[in-house]
Unconditional design. Structure first.
Length: 292
């Protein structure tokens, strides 16, 4: 085996982990793959003979690549990002497992959490993702963001407080989540407005992305969309799905994807509904696990 093949094999051992890091950083499957490919290119042209921990070295490289990619989304390098679109949903079947996608997911990485991370500065996001999700020590994070370890800790803490305030931890029981979503769908289909509103949390947030993001907050405003939900439930064929680890739906019309709905369920109430109906983005997603 030549040196290049040996290096490629070692990189493949870490690809799943690196893709998982990049997805949490970027909220885009395509961008995550681009970041991992850039890490491979950097590895291929670097002498790593003195690197004792290749996985740690590659994680640092991917972190730097993702940080640069996040910063290019804003003119000013450390401003919080304006949320213009929903992150890419990761869609899998309600039963069984999809190893390709399972690696991207963890119990705490729902769409609602990724949306909140989008509102964090690039440095805050990196510090939180690497430390809280992958247990990277602040001493290793600090040089990536050009800060001291103490400042890196503060950055992660700022992101953590925002998440705790805006993205409550969802129920972790999949059947319980599914029962709530099924009840919502039944109420929408039957036009039972009172029942539909009862299922919504008083502070529920609806994010609908048809190419640009529209956000509604509160049970009154979201409940006022009951007629839209009813049309969706009656005109579309709904396919149960797991969206970023939580209960969701893939809706089709005339055999083509029409929308993807992700629900955040907390204590038997829906606290967030995220709807992606941008046709171009839907066409770019792999929905074969649900639609066959």
């Amino acid at each position: 085996m030549n040196d290049e093949q040996f290096l490629a094999d070692r990189f493949e051992e870490h690809r799943t982990h690196l893709r998982s890091v990049a997805y949490r950083m970027l909220g885009s499957v395509t961008d995550a793959d681009d970041a991992v490919q850039e890490a491979w290119l950097r590895l291929a042209r670097t002498d790593t003979s003195d690197v004792g921990n290749l996985g740690g070295w590659l994680t640092t490289v991917v972190g730097r690549v993702c940080l640069d990619m996040l910063r290019t989304r804003k003119v000013r390098r450390e401003e919080p990002l304006e949320i213009e679109n929903l992150p890419d949903p990761v869609v899998s079947a309600p039963s069984g497992s999809d190893p390709e996608y399972e690696a991207l997911l963890a119990d705490s990485v729902g769409l609602a959490l990724l949306v909140v991370l989008e509102s964090s500065s690039p440095a805050e996001r990196l510090a939180f993702v690497l430390h809280d999700m992958f247990a990277v020590p602040y001493e290793q994070i600090a040089p990536i963001v050009d800060r001291t370890p103490q400042t890196a800790k503060k950055l992660a803490s700022q992101a953590r407080r925002r998440i705790q305030g805006e993205a409550p931890s969802p129920d972790t029981d999949p059947p319980r989540q599914r029962r709530v979503v099924d009840a919502f769908l039944a109420a929408a289909r039957d036009g039972e407005f009172d029942e539909l509103v009862r299922i919504l949390d008083p502070d529920v947030v609806l994010r609908a992305d048809a190419g640009d993001l529209r956000v509604l907050r509160g049970r009154t405003l979201v409940g006022a969309q009951a007629e839209t939900f009813r049309r969706m439930a009656t005109l579309c064929i709904t396919h149960p799905a797991v969206i970023n680890g939580g209960a969701g739906l893939v809706n089709t019309m005339d055999g083509a994807p029409f929308s993807i709905m992700s629900f955040t369920v907390v204590e038997d109430r829906i606290t967030a509904i995220d709807i992606l109906s941008d046709r171009e983005r839907l066409e770019g997603l792999d929905l074969s696990a649900v639609l066959g």
